[in-house]
Design a protein around this ligand. Structure first.
Ligand SMILES: [Zn+2]
Ligand SMILES: [Zn+2]
Length: 139
């Protein structure tokens, strides 16, 4: 008798549990749609932010120069200068090491010559620094 009752109780409990898990699933799906909504708002927010892009450029010439110096074009230009000079510093004739490409004509003034190989010269870090001290130019 007792055994039977126990069994019945367990069964009803199991049923309750199943109902619970159903409810849980419903809640989960609600949570999921909630997250979709938040993704949408996030997208909206990023659109709002992208309208702010001009702000990025308002950082001034320094920022633009920084971007150019980190661009693929600049990288190609620098590598081309190095290759033409055989990776030799044109001042002290050091081969390899800390080489930098120097703009003979001012990078900030001669915009058209920025990526002109003829306006570049391979210098080691030391000579490059010296060159700028002599020219009293920062970049
Ligand atoms: Zn330089
Ligand atoms: Zn050098």
């Amino acid at each position: 008798m007792l055994k039977n009752e126990n069994y019945r109780m367990k069964k009803s409990l199991a049923l309750k549990d199943r109902n619970k898990s159903k409810l849980h699933k419903k809640k989960l799906s609600i949570a999921k749609t909630g997250s979709i909504a938040s993704i949408k708002t996030r997208k909206k927010m990023s659109i709002v932010h992208s309208g702010d892009k001009s702000h990025f450029w308002k950082g001034g010439i320094t920022k633009i120069n920084y971007l150019i110096r980190n661009s693929v074009e600049y990288d190609i230009w620098r590598t081309s200068v190095f290759e033409r000079d055989n990776y030799i510093c044109q001042e002290c004739k050091q081969v390899g090491g800390n080489l930098e490409a120097h703009h003979i004509k001012l990078f900030s003034k001669y915009i058209k010559l920025r990526f002109d190989i003829n306006n570049g010269i391979t210098l080691c870090k030391k000579c490059h620094k010296l060159k700028h001290i002599i020219n009293k130019v920062k970049t």
